[in-house]
Design a protein around this ligand. Structure first.
Ligand code: AMP
Length: 409
């Protein structure tokens, strides 16, 4: 029998998240996380799901990604799921930036590695960590297909009118400055899962996807293809996020350089790490912000209002981009859990056919569900995202030679 398991790796600068899936029934056999790689004390949390075993936690220093992956391999081996197993079909890697070079999941070889490396200047935080994870996995199983699934790939269908910034074309082209978009695996999965929830073919459906997690992005998807998204050259553009500012006048940066004497690196940290909700009110967790709002905290209330105002502007803009909207889908940590955000985002938009049923919105559930009133012109849905399943499905489809099908189909 041909192998059916896929290991999904998401390698960050100091962490590795992993899931082992069996693609016969898309079940999870094990999930886990290695944190604080390179620090004095690391941590590995491993949860075997196949045999119903207990979660295991190990401490101690994890000096680098190689040590992290070896520790993961050791835990999997304990469950009889080792990386040397003949049942393992491939390893699927999340890669943040694929530029315009990668529009599809891609089997990794030296040329692919070199191209991911070439894209480091446009993804200095993410691509190096992704590369380290890939190289380590390749050294552990050199014979196994390793597949890169890119966060940018789903957005490569954006028309030039949406993808280009209105700056000097030669400068833009020379430095590969354009809007790439991120969270593409999630937008792809959720837009298809929304069509499925409506019982319709994704090719017939126009969806606005709102991926609201600690990072946040919106996309406009026409008939299964992305036509616009809110993140740009980097994940800084667009919505107000947990710690990122999202959109601002670029002149704010020159102003901070000239008037506040800040360096480019200082401003990078300010806008990526100390802005957004945390910059506005000191908290980036929507649960805590809502608790403060309910307790009458004005600073938290203003942060919430700014967050919602930006989100509504994007919903309106994407409505205009699409012309006809069949569904609005909320996903990720905030989108799936924060009913007040969903309610406020669409309040007063009945003229656009958009409404949220308060009772349906208040229901807490794990699966995809509709929260719009019966008979609403535009469906409003909560659709839990599943980037690991999407990466595993795309990886498996590629290596098993199946026609490309995706997890929400
Ligand atoms: P993600 O990046 O998708 O994992 O989302 C993480 C964010 O989701 C957290 O920072 C919280 O702001 C938010 N979140 C998670 N659970 C809840 C909840 N029950 N209610 C409101 N927000 C939540």
């Amino acid at each position: 029998m041909s192998p059916t398991r896929v290991l999904v790796l998401n390698s960050g600068s100091s962490s590795v998240k992993y899931q082992l899936l069996d693609m016969r029934d898309r079940s999870r056999l094990a999930v886990g996380l290695v944190e604080r790689i390179g620090e004095e004390s690391g941590r590995l949390k491993h949860t075997p799901l196949a045999g119903g075993g207990e979660p295991r936690e190990t401490g101690g220093a994890v000096p680098d990604h190689e040590a992290a992956l070896k520790a993961v391999a050791g835990e999997l081996k304990r469950d009889g799921l080792g990386l040397d197993s003949p049942d393992l079909a491939a390893i699927g890697h999340r890669v943040v930036h694929g530029g315009m070079s990668f529009t599809e999941p891609t089997v990794i070889d030296d040329a692919v590695l070199a191209e991911i490396e070439r894209l480091v200047p446009v993804a200095p935080l993410h691509n190096p960590a992704n590369l380290t994870g890939i190289r380590t996995a390749m050294s552990l199983r050199p014979d196994l297909p390793q597949v890169a699934v890119f966060d940018t790939a789903f957005h490569t269908t954006m028309p030039e009118s949406a993808a280009r910034y209105a700056i000097d074309v030669r400068t833009a082209d020379e430095h590969r400055i354009r809007r790439y978009g991120f969270h593409g695996t999630s937008h792809a999965y959720v837009s298809r899962a929304t069509a499925k929830l409506l019982g319709r073919d994704p090719r017939e459906v126009n969806v606005i996807v709102l991926h609201l997690g600690n990072g946040a992005s919106a996309s406009a998807v026409r008939g299964g293809r992305c036509v616009e998204t809110s993140m740009g050259l980097t994940p800084l553009e667009g919505l107000v996020m947990g710690t990122r500012s999202g959109d601002l006048d670029p002149a704010v940066i020159f102003h901070l350089m000239r008037v506040a004497g800040m360096s480019a690196d200082d401003i990078d940290v300010l806008l990526n790490k100390k802005s957004g909700l945390i910059g506005l009110c000191g908290d980036n967790d929507m649960r805590e912000i809502r608790r403060r709002v309910d307790a009458g905290d004005e600073q938290a209330a203003l942060a919430f209002d700014i967050y919602i105002h930006r989100l509504r502007k994007y919903i309106g803009a994407y409505y205009a981009v699409l012309g006809r909207v069949d569904a609005v889908a909320f996903t990720a940590g905030v989108g799936e859990n924060a009913a007040p955000v969903r309610e406020a985002a669409l309040a007063g938009l009945e003229e656009l056919g958009l409404a949220v049923d308060p009772e349906l919105n208040a229901v807490r559930a794990d699966g995809p569900r509709l929260i719009s009133p019966a008979g609403a012109r535009v469906a409003v849905a909560v659709v839990p995202t599943d980037e690991e399943l999407e990466i595993a499905t795309q990886t498996y489809a590629l290596v098993s030679g199946e026609s490309r099908h995706t997890s929400a189909e």
